[in-house]
Design a protein around this ligand. Structure first.
Ligand code: ATP
Ligand code: MG
Length: 723
């Protein structure tokens, strides 16, 4: 129960209790699972663009033509990998192709720090246009960012590839719990694993074992593609049977070990009929007994902010109930629990869950509720056998309004209306009930009530703004529920809680044309009457019940009976579950890890060449030294014989770094550039001497002399000019 701040004072209470979902929940972490993985081998994504660093330095010495050569001499990465995903023990191949003229030197740096050296598990293969780093028997510590630094004559460029090392996930953190037990069906729900193995959970395998025969049967699979953390077992269950269940989590790397096994589950042969409340009781908490003195406690039905809810049966009558065991450790929690029980005593209406008994002893506070077997309304709606139409939705909204009208007539506000608190009475019918009055408050005449709790997607602007709340505050939430029910879209869902709350206070929303294509104008008018920022202008419960969309619903001619799209509701539910199972937390952790240096880094966050560790910086700097070489002729000059008047080209190819200076000699004297004599030195190191209109006097020995700080080289040829 909430700690309620009364009066005008705007003191923020310490029990700030927005249902916190991870702010990272909807940010998409770099998700290796999107990359298909086969047999533990790595896979990669290609980027569209290459990246070059801007760390070029001028060569210490240049020939006349060096400027021209430099323009075309940058390193350009070609279609490089962005990320590689590999299972633990697999082999990762990080491959980078590049174009560069002239010789190159390169090195790989891990996480900006460590120079990758060849070793028993590490192999680096370099060519003049590529470098491949092969890591075998990959370990989790190998994960991270690998940057290839490539140095050529003109400077250094680098490219970073992220290596994700993934493992199968941990098993689900809890055993599967059973709810909605009938004689032939049940619903299992469990918690996601504590560690997802470094790759998002892709689904669950649900397994069953039969126990009521002479020997327990083998475990068999009920489903190997369960997407959520709950699963409805509809068929194959014998009403006389006894079963046990367990679950495994899957990610791109494989399947986890099984979770702990559930308790032995006996099918509920008593059926569901006994759960209907026939008469309302005034509950006086029992302070001398414990709940277990009177009830058998069975499986967990749900976990909430205030404690855990278990299925129970009364020892004498056999009546099935739900027991809410409060987490009442400190006095504030105890007060809240007692307040909820007290409030429930006033709420006697067929659309509201009924309190049947309560236990309040120093060691526990337990509220016994009527057992509602049908599960969450939205879960029912997405069921394949269920027809989801606008008239059906009217039927649910009317029931919600009837229940809320009753509590509003008592001046009580629910303050936590959201889909998961609307549940179905049984597995087949269309009756619903409202549960969870844990945040409900009574309005005292003449007093302003301010609260700071609720669930961001469903709270009204006045809650977010910490302004006075009243009955209209629930009406806003009913508007949000109706919007989602008809479209599957959540009108104020942002990427983070902060964004959601900002969207709520802005009260800016619209009917997405695509999602509301098949929805009648009356329905839209109904929602528009509820989602109003000024709470004074919102429809009251009474007015909402009188709205034509609700009041004239029997006149089915005016309503579309077209089936509404369930996929978006499915996605909505999956997102809610995802938030609950703590996967959001995992994703958040991964993002935090990613922002640290010990973890996979998005290649989009490029390595800052100026922020390298000492060792890495030295390695990159030494690439320049590795490039150094004295001049060397790859192709020497050839002797030539040509006729007088012709144009000849004497060509040779040269390598060396720093760029050699080139001098041409004719009969030992340096040649000068003239209109007839041209010298060229291109980016590939080709030196060409062109002589136009040769004369007999041009006959002789031509030498090309190259020199740099490391040495010199020379090649020569004879030109013979024929008359
Ligand atoms: P929260 O506010 O976090 O939703 P809470 O602590 O107020 O949780 P409830 O919503 O009352 O707790 O109960 C938690 C879950 O237990 C419900 O979502 C539902 O699945 C299950 N549950 C509660 N009451 C009943 C009931 N009467 N019959 C069957 N299941 C129930
Ligand atoms: Mg609840």
């Amino acid at each position: 129960m909430a700690f309620i701040e009364k009066g005008q004072k705007k003191t923020y209470i310490s029990t700030f209790r927005f249902d916190l979902k991870s702010s990272a929940a909807l940010q998409t972490p770099l998700d290796p699972s999107k990359t298909k993985l086969t047999n533990g081998e790595e896979s990669c994504l290609k980027s569209e663009k290459s990246e070059t660093a801007d760390t070029r330095k001028k060569s210490p010495k240049k020939s006349l033509d060096t400027e021209k050569r430099r323009q075309a001499a940058e390193v350009e990465f070609l279609d490089p990998q962005q990320q590689v995903v590999v299972g633990v023990g697999g082999t990762a191949r990080l491959h980078c192709r590049f174009s560069s003229s002239g010789p190159v030197a390169s090195c790989w740096i891990h996480d900006s720090e460590k120079v990758v050296l060849e070793g028993p598990r590490v192999c680096v293969m370099n060519t003049s246009s590529s470098s491949t780093l092969v890591l075998s028997e990959v370990l989790p510590v190998d994960a991270g960012s690998y940057s290839l630094f490539v140095r050529n004559r003109e400077g250094t460029a680098h490219w970073s590839v992220s290596l994700f090392v993934i493992d199968p996930p941990d098993p689900p953190a809890s055993c599967p719990f059973v709810s909605q037990l009938t004689c032939t069906s049940l619903v299992l729900s469990w918690s996601g694993p504590c560690f997802d193995g470094g790759s998002a959970i892709t689904g669950y395998v649900v397994e069953i074992q039969r126990l009521d025969q002479s020997e327990p049967s083998d475990w068999t699979e009920l489903s190997n593609q369960c997407q959520n953390t709950s699963f409805r077992v509809r068929s194959g269950l014998d009403p006389q049977g006894q079963y046990r269940f367990r679950v495994r989590a899957c990610n791109a790397a494989g399947v986890s070990d099984p979770s702990e096994e559930s308790d032995c589950i006996k099918m509920n042969t008593a059926g569901e009929s006994q759960q209907e409340v026939t008469s309302y009781v005034e509950v006086v908490p029992d302070t001398t007994h414990k709940a277990r003195d009177h009830y058998y406690v069975h499986e967990k039905l749900g976990v909430g902010k205030f404690g855990e809810v278990f299925r129970m049966t009364h020892k004498q009558t056999g009546r099935v109930c739900a027991g809410k065991f409060y987490r009442a450790r400190v006095s504030r929690e105890k007060t809240a629990a007692r307040q909820e029980i007290k409030l429930m005593n006033e709420l006697h209406h067929p659309k509201l869950v009924q309190c049947l008994a309560a236990y309040d002893t120093p060691s526990e506070i337990v509220m016994i509720l009527e057992y509602i077997a049908g599960g969450e309304l939205f879960e029912r709606i997405v069921d394949e056998n269920f027809e989801h139409t606008e008239p059906n939705s009217v039927n649910y909204m009317r029931q919600i309004l009837e229940g809320i009208q009753y509590i509003h007539s008592k001046n009580i506000i629910h303050l936590d209306l959201k889909p998961e608190n609307i549940v179905c009475v049984n597995g087949t019918g269309t009756l619903i009930k409202i549960i969870d009055f844990g945040l409900a408050c009574r309005l005292e005449p003449g007093k302003r009530l301010m609260v700071l709790h609720g669930t961001p997607e469903f709270v009204a602007p006045e809650v977010v703004n910490y302004e006075a709340v009243d009955l209209a505050t629930d009406m806003w939430s009913i508007g949000v529920i109706c919007y989602i029910l008809l479209s599957g879209e959540s009108p104020f869902q942002g990427n983070t809680d902060a964004e959601t709350l900002a969207l709520v206070t802005g009260a800016q929303w619209e009917f997405d044309p695509e999602s509301f294509d098949d929805i009648t104008d009356e329905a839209k008018d109904f929602i528009s009457g509820l989602l109003r920022k000024d709470k004074r202008t919102r429809l009251s419960c009474k007015k909402a019940l009188a709205h034509p969309w609700i009041a004239l619903s029997d006149d089915s001619n005016s309503k579309s009976t077209k089936s509404l799209n369930k996929d978006k509701i499915r996605r909505f539910l999956a997102r809610q579950k995802w938030k609950k199972t703590g996967k959001a937390l995992l994703a958040l952790k991964r993002i935090i890890r990613c922002s640290k240096s010990d973890a996979p880094r998005s290649p989009l966050i490029s390595v800052d060449a100026n922020a390298l560790g000492k060792e890495a910086e030295l390695a990159v700097a030494s690439l320049e030294k590795q490039l150094r070489s004295e001049p060397h002729f790859h192709q020497a000059l050839h002797d030539l014989t040509e006729s007088c008047g012709a144009t000849v080209h004497l060509a040779c190819t040269l390598q060396g770094y720093p760029d050699p200076e080139v001098v041409w000699l004719f009969d030992e004297a340096p040649l000068e550039k003239t209109g007839r004599v041209q010298m060229n030195y291109d980016k590939n190191g080709t030196c060409t001497l062109t002589l136009a209109q040769i004369q007999p006097g041009d006959s002789g020995i031509y030498k090309c002399c190259a020199s740099n700080s490391l040495g010199q080289a020379l090649c020569s040829a004879r030109l013979t000019v024929q008359l």
